[in-house]
Design a protein around this ligand. Structure first.
Ligand SMILES: Cc1ncc(COP(=O)(O)O)c(C=O)c1O
Length: 403
């Protein structure tokens, strides 16, 4: 929709949002009328360089032509059926993902948090059915982020921040141990533990990468204690970190993997993948979803996955990300550059993050803020070195302008 078609001014649109919507977001103050590739455009045609990528979603660029074409074609055939009939996009996408990643089975959902709900439910049922009624406990990491619905929120190891506070008790069966502290995880395992749940790189938690010793040690611990390793690759998955999945950096594999964000190229779709043995925990009627596996979302996702793999966006993200991170080290006030590939965190030596973010916005670069001093960037994976140079120059001006 365009403002001229609905005959409204930007201020009228802002006023409608303020009047009618429950707002939980700090908005970038512009009206996005159009998006393409690396840019979002306002109604005057001003372009904003997109280094947040819809939060790690628009990995092949906004409105990638192949994704758009696949979705349009599917719109003319079938939009929605629920999961009673077979649909072609569901089947082809399942084959593509399972064969690419080497898993036996996939289950579709719509969002990251729902994928994690499915992962948690599958692990708990697997534990209870195989080991007894109390065998459903999951250990996750402090500072993790797994989503906003109750299972995922309970797995989210941020009990003292906005995530948990005000929502009453979390679900039973979750404990948190310090990220990158193998001994803490070992100590947290009890006879009732069924799984360990982790992000290979904590995105929302401040772009904290797991060390190889930690993640490999966790895999070994899971094998020794007969625990499932649940990896949440909702943010890190699908080429973002320089590998198709971030776990490949560590030479390990999870027992259940969750994915979302980049998978759909902007369409709401998520999934979990696992092996035949664990998948048996879900049987006829034990889990379900109205929209999960929607035909249009699956058709778009299949095109998106094909572009990401065929264009080798993992290798591109590795190369461009390494170049960008090296350059970012030379910004003033930088304490640390974190991340892998094009999941990048710039940690400043003081609480200047909000001013930097606003300065970037004024100069038409879109980035996100974590806490008070970390700027996180998750641009489309088609970002070039020239895009990174431009983002760097704007960051530099913005940091210099902070009073
Ligand atoms: C690692 C991780 N898990 C889960 C989620 C939740 O995904 P969604 O917002 O699609 O529910 C996010 C979202 O940022 C995430 O980064």
């Amino acid at each position: 929709m365009k403002l001229k078609d609905v005959k409204k001014s930007p201020d009228e649109i802002r006023a409608l949002v303020k009047k009618y919507m429950v707002e939980t977001y700090e908005r970038y103050d512009f009206i996005c009328e159009r998006a393409e590739g690396m840019y979002l455009y306002d109604e005057k045609g001003n372009g904003y360089l997109d280094f947040y990528g819809g939060i790690a979603v628009n990995s092949t660029g906004s409105r990638n032509p192949k994704v758009v074409a696949a979705a349009k074609e599917q719109l003319d055939d079938v939009i929605h059926t629920f999961n009673y009939p077979y649909t072609i996009p569901q089947a082809l996408l399942a084959e593509k993902i399972c064969t690419t990643l080497g898993f036996d089975k996939i289950f579709y959902q719509n969002s990251g948090t729902e994928a994690n709900e499915a992962m948690i439910k599958m692990a708990r049922k697997y534990g209870i059915e195989n080991f007894g009624p109390d065998h459903y406990h999951i250990i996750s990491a402090k500072d993790s982020f797994h989503g906003r619905s109750f299972g995922s929120l309970s797995a989210t190891g941020q009990p003292t921040t906005a995530c948990h506070i005000g929502f009453g008790p979390m679900l039973p069966g979750f404990t948190y141990a310090e990220f990158n502290n193998l001994e803490a995880f070992k100590a947290a395992v009890t006879k009732d533990t069924v799984a360990i749940m982790l992000e290979p790189i904590q995105g929302e938690g401040g772009v904290n990468s797991a060390t190889p010793e930690f993640l490999q040690g966790i895999r070994k611990l899971c094998d020794e204690k007969n625990l499932l390793l649940l990896l949440d690759e909702i943010q890190t998955g699908w080429c973002r970190t320089g590998k198709v999945m971030a776990y490949e950096h560590y030479g390990i594999r999870p027992d259940i993997l969750s994915m979302a964000k980049a998978l759909g190229g902007g369409f709401p779709i998520s999934a979990i993948c696992t092996n035949d043995k664990v998948a048996k925990a879900f049987s006829m009627g034990s889990h379900g979803t109205t929209y999960g596996g929607n035909a249009v979302a699956c058709a778009a996702a299949l095109a998106q996955v094909n572009v990401m793999l065929d264009d080798n966006l993992a290798a591109h993200a590795a190369e461009v990300g390494a170049y960008f991170m090296e350059k970012l080290k030379t910004l003033p006030h930088v304490k640390e550059i974190r991340g892998k590939g094009l999941l990048v965190g710039v940690v400043f030596d003081g609480p200047i993050g909000l001013d930097v973010k606003h300065g970037c916005f004024d100069r038409k670069l879109l980035v996100t803020l974590i806490g008070k001093s970390t700027i996180r960037m998750v641009p489309p994976l088609i970002a070039t070195k020239a895009d990174c140079d431009k983002a760097y120059e704007i960051l530099l001006e913005s940091v210099k302008a902070v009073k």
